[in-house]
Ligand binder design. Sequence first.
Ligand SMILES: [Zn+2]
Length: 247
Amino acid sequence: MHEARTSTRASSPAVRSSGPRCEPARPHRRARSPPASTTAAAHTDSRTRQPGHSDRVRSLPQQHRHPAQSRDDDAQTLHAHVGWLFRNDRTPADRYAPDLLADRDIRAVSRAFPALCVLTLVLPFAVGWAIGGTWLYGVTALLWAGLVRIALLHHVTWSVNSLCHMIGERPFRTRRHDRATNLWPLALLSFGESWHNLHHADPTSARHGVDRGQLDPSAAVIRLLERLGWVHDVRWPTPDRVAARRA
Ligand SMILES: [Zn+2]
């Protein structure tokens, strides 16, 4: 979605983000790119800080849960999904994304982020008004192509923090207490980010959906950029590397 990888792999929000962050053993880079090109390639995961990742969200089997434990789990899940946004524990960008901070283009995108946000609301309104001829059409377009779109995008991204550490499959080995999962229903919506178990098992892999039939649109974009010569040193998964990480 980092950012979905749109918002997580792409990077302007990552530079400015105070959001949660995955806990990779290594940096989250899928590829290197020349200074001018790289939003999709430099995947710095701006998600998670403590919660959704690893041990803060531990799902105990339902039948063994004490009611207090259940409430605690629910609170942690809510925190992993959206609650972290309201805490003032900023993730230090210089520690987790020094490569992005050093990239002039990425910094320019990051600075323009508020203006771009406004633009993505103004444009639907203007187009709706132009097509329909009245301001009511503008407001309708603003609602669906602006606010609803933003809400959906964010909930998908946040679901990688919450749902993708609770339900789904864990075919790959991750660190102790790391419960990241592969959750297929979100694969397309999250641009492949919901193959999150593999992401935690191998954070620098350019492809998260490594098994047969696992769609990963972000990997396809990286492949395209690579073919265009805009990114290089892409870390594609090899059969040996994937096999070594199987649970
Ligand atoms: Zn994660």
